[in-house]
Design a protein around this ligand. Structure first.
Ligand code: PMP
Length: 357
């Protein structure tokens, strides 16, 4: 604690990001990036935007990007909010929409940024345990006997488990809490989940957050967005405008528009990831791992007799990086991003050797 810090700074436990190694030639399966690069049309669009107009500030309301997102999602531009990655969108969401008298609720095993934002913004929260088989139980998110409910946030598919709720289950939570904001963080939805975006027209308490970091292979560009009722988006805009921030720079905006428009590349590459996930799951199972059913671009797997942190360290020695979390309920698990088929072959071979040793 420094005497120069605001009191809240001393109480924060900041988010610990996955490693971004400086070494080359590693097989990097630790932070759920897409194994195939962005569409060539994205690179062309960014190059074309590299001109004298960079001397000008970007459009503060990101109109062209919001229009493209609105068209892709089947909503109006006034129902779209954009930010530098969904993490920044979520920062605005927590500040604008999730601080209420009743505590915010989210699963105990989930995206570990949520409690960090709560600490930063002074938001009271309670965590709801996942079931024994690591599912979100819808019943836990319906209002209690007193009828009062606080806001809710959960990823669908959940992270780091990869397990998804069906659209009907998400709708039960949204419909069951008409007086509270329900945020569905769909960072991984394009790899096999069912998006709740189509429910936005019917439920003014629903906000869906998505990112271009995963299924559009643009983690380095930093573009995320939220879709919801104009009322919720208005709240987010009020917070954004209080920072006087320009959400999306000119190059990122040009790249993001091109990515959303290139549906052919998007479909092809996400299908490739889904197919490799099946191969990877079968390969891990044949090595004795239990693999949770995944609707994301990663799997969550544990070996019945091997220590997960030891496995992660042994893979690291073979230049393969996977993610291990120290949270007590999941410390036996590894979260492994779906790579290319070749990367998965190297992973499975490496694991087979480590398990035999
Ligand atoms: N939500 C979830 C559930 C995530 O796992 C991530 C990636 N770490 C994000 C949001 C943020 O992704 P980005 O800021 O790259 O859009």
């Amino acid at each position: 604690m420094s005497r120069f810090w605001s009191p809240v700074v001393g109480t924060l436990s900041p988010y610990v990001p996955g490693e971004q190694p400086k070494l080359q030639n590693l097989i990097k399966l630790n932070t759920n990036e897409h194994p195939y690069g962005p569409s060539p049309k994205v690179l062309d669009a960014i190059r074309a935007a590299c001109d004298d107009t960079l001397k000008l500030y970007p459009d503060p309301s990101s109109d062209s990007l919001r229009q493209t997102i609105a068209k892709t999602m089947g909503v109006q531009p006034g129902q779209v909010f954009v930010g530098n990655g969904s993490d920044e969108v979520l920062a605005h969401v927590f500040l604008a929409l999730l601080k209420h008298e009743r505590p915010l609720r989210f699963p105990d095993i989930t995206y570990s940024f949520y409690p960090v934002y709560c600490g930063l913004y002074g938001i009271e929260y309670e965590t709801v345990p996942l079931t024994a088989d690591f599912r979100i139980d819808v019943e836990d998110y319906l209002p209690r006997a007193d009828g009062q409910a606080g806001a809710i946030i959960f990823p669908n598919p959940n992270a780091p488990t990869g397990r998804a709720l069906s659209l009907a289950e998400v709708e039960r939570i949204v419909a069951g809490n008409p007086g509270a904001v329900v945020v569905v963080d769909e960072a991984y939805v394009d790899f096999g989940g069912e998006s709740a975006v189509g429910l936005v027209a019917r439920y003014d308490n629903l906000l869906v957050v998505q990112t271009l970091s995963k299924s559009r292979s643009l983690a380095g560009l930093r573009v995320g967005f939220a879709v919801g009722s104009a009322e919720l988006i208005d709240g987010l805009d009020r917070v954004k405008n209080s920072f006087n921030s320009y959400p999306i720079d000119r190059l990122a905006s040009a790249g993001a528009v091109a990515a959303l428009e290139d549906t052919e590349y998007f479909e092809k590459t996400r299908q490739a990831v889904i197919e490799t996930r099946s191969r990877m799951t079968a390969g891990l199972e044949s090595l004795g791992f239990e693999v949770l059913p995944s609707a994301a671009n990663f799997v969550f797997a544990r070996h019945p007799s091997k220590d997960a942190s030891g496995l992660a360290a042994a893979l690291r020695e073979r230049s393969i990086i996977v993610r291990h979390f120290r949270h007590v309920r999941i410390e036996q698990f590894l979260r492994i991003t779906v790579g290319t088929n070749e990367q998965v072959d190297v992973l499975l071979k490496g694991l087979a050797e480590v398990l035999q040793a």
